[in-house]
Design a protein around this ligand. Structure first.
Ligand SMILES: Cc1cc2nc3c(=O)[nH]c(=O)nc-3n(C[C@H](O)[C@H](O)[C@H](O)COP(=O)(O)OP(=O)(O)OC[C@H]3O[C@@H](n4cnc5c(N)ncnc54)[C@H](O)[C@@H]3O)c2cc1C
Length: 387
């Protein structure tokens, strides 16, 4: 694994104090505002009030420098806060994409105007973004996006259809990958550009796609000759592919690729601990999950440390996402088996039953979103020089 994963070093002791402070905050906040822990809360629990309260604690925009309105803290500190939020199933979906991905992307590629416009409001929990990469005919093979950006006076006119756009109906703007030069079949990754597009722009139609659960999470977003001013182009036109690639380590390596079903694992652990009749098979199954979780946390924190040091971590991030999301699916199937007698129902007043129902419905998406496992294995193999 040397070279594939950054060196694993235990989290510094001072992060324990931060972790305790986050736990205290979450207990008090839940008590006061009454939110319930949810599986996959970073995708499904949208609560702007919670995002603003978190920001008031200084726990949003943590890695954005203070001169841009952020907290100027390290990726490791953010890692600790993020772990606690997910483990408690807190309602973090509103700010998730902005805080994880858009802030770092604007710091790396954004113009002064974009940074001034968005970074302080990302850090104060008031500005939410969606991601417009996937299209009906372009998911894993993103280079085949058909959304077009055409040069016009003062900017670009963007036309196309994006799909599976999480949270677009609640967000202020979305990051769009579009083709801005004719496709050269020998250099398919060239000629793509990234735009920041305000979602209430004329020419945008946001159409809901309902989940199996009936929830509205996804959208199809149709762009019909949407004008995008020059100051909303991210980075350099034509460099979209390389820019998106450098964002993926933020998108793929975080604790949300390990801890999406953590509230369920905790609930099952509590159930086993409270029973005086647990068989050996159940104990071994649960013990294996906890052992794997511990290893994966170390891997994920090693990437947070690499990001803090500005070291490349794309390959390790792909590895973590591939192993981490298969682990998440195993957590769901094993926990459902361990708690087989629980009454599973999304509307259930029995917390364990509700968590299992949510987890079973969300689990298939764990290994798809952010790059499928098959595609990630290809990325890892290429990184190892095997293909
Ligand atoms: C919960 C969730 C949230 C999402 N949110 C967003 C979002 O906010 N914004 C956004 O842009 N997208 C989003 N997506 C879309 C997601 O990024 C795509 O689903 C994913 O990239 C796969 O693309 P696809 O669905 O088109 O499948 P395809 O690319 O068509 O893949 C179909 C199957 O073929 C396999 N396959 C494809 N290519 C290869 C290959 N080269 N080698 C081996 N196997 C291959 C895949 O692994 C998969 O099993 C979300 C998806 C989910 C599930």
């Amino acid at each position: 694994m040397i070279g594939l994963v950054p060196e694993v070093i235990p989290l510094p002791p001072e992060t324990a104090e931060l972790r305790a402070a986050v736990r205290d905050f979450l207990a008090a906040d839940r008590n006061r505002y009454g939110w319930e822990p949810r599986v996959d809360s970073w995708i499904s629990s949208w609560d702007p009030g919670f995002s603003r309260r978190l920001a008031q604690q200084g726990w949003l925009g943590m890695t954005i420098p203070t001169e841009h309105g952020g907290q100027g803290r390290s990726h490791l500190e953010r890692f600790v806060v993020t772990e606690e939020l997910l483990a408690h199933g807190a309602p973090v979906a509103a700010h998730w994409v902005s805080d994880r991905q858009v802030g770092p992307a604007l710091l790396k590629h954004g113009s002064t105007t974009q940074r001034e416009r968005y970074l302080p409001r990302i850090a104060s929990g008031e500005c939410y973004f969606a991601i417009g990469m996937s299209e009906p005919e372009a998911g894993s093979d993103l280079a085949s996006v058909r959304t077009r950006g055409v040069r016009v006076d003062g900017g670009w006119e963007v036309t196309g259809t994006k799909v599976w756009t999480s949270g677009a109906h609640h967000s202020e703007a979305f990051f769009v990958l579009a083709r801005t030069e004719d496709l050269d079949p020998k250099h398919r990754h060239e000629g793509l550009s990234q735009f920041l597009i305000t979602l209430n722009s004329p020419g945008i139609d946001i159409r809901p796609i309902k989940l199996l659960t009936g929830q509205h999470h996804f959208n199809e977003v149709v762009l019909d000759h949407v004008f995008v001013p020059d100051d909303m182009v991210v980075g350099t036109p034509g460099e979209g592919w390389r820019q998106v690639g450098s964002e993926l380590s933020f998108e793929r390596s975080g604790p949300e690729r390990i801890l999406s079903p953590q509230p369920l694992l905790d609930a099952v652990g509590a159930q086993l601990a409270g029973s005086d009749d647990v068989d050996d098979h159940s104990l071994v199954t649960f013990g294996n999950l906890v052992a794997d979780l511990t290893t994966l946390r170390h891997l994920s924190s090693s990437v947070a440390r690499a990001l803090s040091n500005d070291e490349p971590a794309d390959l390790a991030a792909a590895l973590i996402k591939e192993i981490g999301t298969s682990f998440e699916q195993r957590v769901v199937s094993d926990c459902a088996e361990l708690a087989a007698h629980a009454h599973t129902d999304l509307e259930s007043s029995d917390t364990l039953g509700r968590l299992i129902a949510e987890a079973l419905l969300h689990a298939p998406g764990f290994t798809l979103r952010g790059g499928t496992s098959e595609v990630l294995r290809g990325v890892i193999a290429r990184g190892l020089g095997l293909r």
